[in-house]
Ligand binder design. Structure first.
Ligand SMILES: *Cc1c(COP(=O)(O)O)cnc(C)c1O
Length: 406
C-alpha cells in the first residue's frame, strides 16, 4: 500500500469540502490579552483574540502566575512520575481538596485534561458497572462519546436536553440494570443550558447515576464558580461533576468530583488516570490559586456578563444572526463552510481580529459559525471594531441579516 498517497488523498478531500483545519500560530502576551502576536509566513502581526476559552483572562492573572512561578522555583518542572509512582505531590492533594470543596463533594480526582477526565471516568464507570446502560445526550462532547464507546457498554442517545425522551428510555430499560446518564450543563457550540433539575428528577425516579460535564460553566456560574449546578442549588443531587482547569480557570487539567467511593473507584480502576505522568506541581498550584480567587471574587463574572450582553446587543443592532441562548457563548451563524472560512480569513487579514471558523464535524453541516467568546478584558473599542468588521463581511458576502425588531 502507498501510505503517503493514502494520507494526502484523505487530506485533499478535507480541503475540497472546506473543512481542512488550519491553526493560527499565536504568541500570547501576559498582561495584553486579548491581544496576541500572530506568526504568519515569517511575519509578526498584532491581533485581538475573540475565540478564546480563557473566558475570564485568568491565564494572565497575577495570583495564578505568582503561584506558578513560586511553585516552579521551589519544586521544579515536572511531577516526576505517575500519581501512583512518586507523582502525587502536595500541590495535587491541595487542588483535589479545593475541587471537592468547590462542588460540595467528599472528594475530587485530577486528570491531565478535561478530555481525559471524561474519557477515563465514563469508560471506567460504564465498563465496570454490572450490565450498565449509558444514556448520553445527543449534544455530548467527543470526549464523553469516546469514553462511552470505549466502555463497550450499551449506549442510548437521548434527544438533546429532552428529559421526557430520557424518561421514556429509562422506563423501557427497567429497574434491574445499572444506568448512567451523561450530559453537559452549558453546550459549547450552541451555548444552550441543560434543564438540569428535570434531568435529575428523571434520574432519581429511575435510580440512575448522573454525570454532568460543567467544563464551560465552572468558574463562570454560581456564587463561587461551581457551575450552573451550583447556581441552581443542584450540586448535591448529581453523582459526578466533571470540569476543566483549562478554560475559565486559565490553566490546564481536568477532574471529577463526587463521593469518596466513586472517586476512589475511578482512581483505582481507570487506566487513563493511573498510567500517565501527573500534571506538573506548578500547574496544579496555578489552578488552585485560580479556583480560590474565583470562589471569593465575583468581579470577573460580573464584567464577563456585561461584556457578553454588550456584544450581543451590538450584533443584534447590526442585524448579524446569532443563536439565541442564555450563556456566555455567542454563536454567529454563517451556515456555509466556505463563507465561514472566508469571513474568518478576512477578519484576520484586514481587521486583525481572530475568530476561528467552526465547521462540520464540530457542528452539523449548514450551521457553520463563528463562535465568539467575549471576556472581561475586551474593551468597548474592541467590541466596536468587531461589530463593524463583521458587518462589513456580511455585506461583502451578501449574507442575509436579521431585520431589527419593530
Ligand atoms: C473542551 C471540552 C472538554 C475537554 O476539556 P479539556 O480540558 O480542554 O481537555 C470536555 N468537555 C467539553 C464539553 C469541552 O468543550
Amino acid at each position: 500500500m502507498d501510505y503517503e498517497a493514502f494520507f494526502t488523498g484523505e487530506l485533499d478531500s478535507l480541503r475540497q469540502e472546506g473543512r481542512y483545519r488550519i491553526f493560527a500560530e499565536l504568541e500570547r502576551r501576559r498582561g495584553a490579552f486579548p491581544r496576541a502576536t500572530h506568526h504568519i509566513e515569517g511575519d509578526l502581526r498584532d491581533v485581538t483574540v475573540w475565540c478564546s476559552n480563557d473566558y475570564l483572562g485568568m491565564g494572565q492573572h497575577p495570583k495564578v502566575l505568582g503561584a506558578m512561578h513560586e511553585t516552579l522555583d521551589r519544586c521544579g518542572a515536572g511531577a516526576g512520575g505517575t500519581r501512583n509512582i512518586s507523582g502525587t505531590t502536595h500541590q495535587h492533594a491541595q487542588l483535589e481538596a479545593e475541587l471537592a470543596d468547590l462542588h460540595g463533594k467528599e472528594a475530587a480526582l485530577l486528570f491531565t485534561s478535561g478530555y481525559v477526565s471524561n474519557w477515563a471516568a465514563l469508560s471506567t464507570l460504564a465498563a465496570r458497572l454490572p450490565d450498565c446502560v449509558v444514556l448520553s445526550d445527543a449534544g455530548n462532547h467527543a470526549s464523553m462519546i469516546e469514553g462511552i464507546r470505549h466502555s463497550r457498554a450499551e449506549c442510548q442517545v437521548f434527544a438533546h436536553n429532552d428529559w421526557r425522551d430520557l424518561d421514556r428510555r429509562l422506563t423501557a430499560i427497567g429497574p434491574d440494570r445499572a444506568k448512567l446518564v451523561a450530559f453537559e450543563s452549558v453546550y459549547s457550540m450552541d451555548g444552550d443550558i441543560a434543564p438540569i433539575a428535570e434531568i435529575l428528577d428523571v434520574c432519581e425516579a429511575h435510580g440512575a447515576m448522573s454525570y454532568i460535564d460543567e467544563v464551560h460553566a465552572v468558574g463562570l456560574y454560581g456564587p463561587r464558580g461551581g457551575g450552573v449546578a451550583e447556581r441552581e442549588g443542584l450540586m448535591d443531587r448529581i453523582t459526578v461533576i466533571e470540569g476543566t482547569l483549562g478554560k475559565a480557570y486559565g490553566v490546564m487539567g481536568g477532574y471529577i468530583a463526587g463521593s469518596n467511593a466513586v472517586c476512589d473507584f475511578v482512581r483505582s480502576f481507570a487506566s487513563g488516570f493511573i498510567f500517565t505522568t501527573a500534571l506538573p506541581p506548578a500547574l496544579a498550584a496555578g489552578a488552585t490559586a485560580s479556583i480560590r480567587h474565583l470562589k471569593d471574587s465575583n468581579a470577573e463574572r460580573e464584567a464577563h456578563r456585561d461584556r457578553v450582553a454588550t456584544v450581543r446587543a451590538r450584533l443584534k443592532a447590526a442585524g448579524i444572526p446569532m443563536l439565541d441562548n442564555p450563556s456566555h457563548i455567542i454563536p454567529v451563524m454563517v451556515g456555509d463552510p466556505r463563507h465561514c472560512k472566508q469571513i474568518s480569513d478576512w477578519l484576520l487579514e484586514h481587521h486583525a481580529i481572530y475568530v476561528q471558523p467552526i465547521n462540520y464535524p464540530t457542528v452539523p453541516r449548514g450551521t457553520e459559525r463563528l463562535r465568539i467568546t467575549p471576556s472581561p478584558v475586551h474593551s468597548d473599542g474592541d467590541i466596536d471594531r468587531l461589530v463593524e468588521a463583521l458587518s462589513e463581511c456580511w455585506s461583502r458576502c451578501a449574507l442575509s441579516r436579521v431585520p431589527a425588531a419593530a
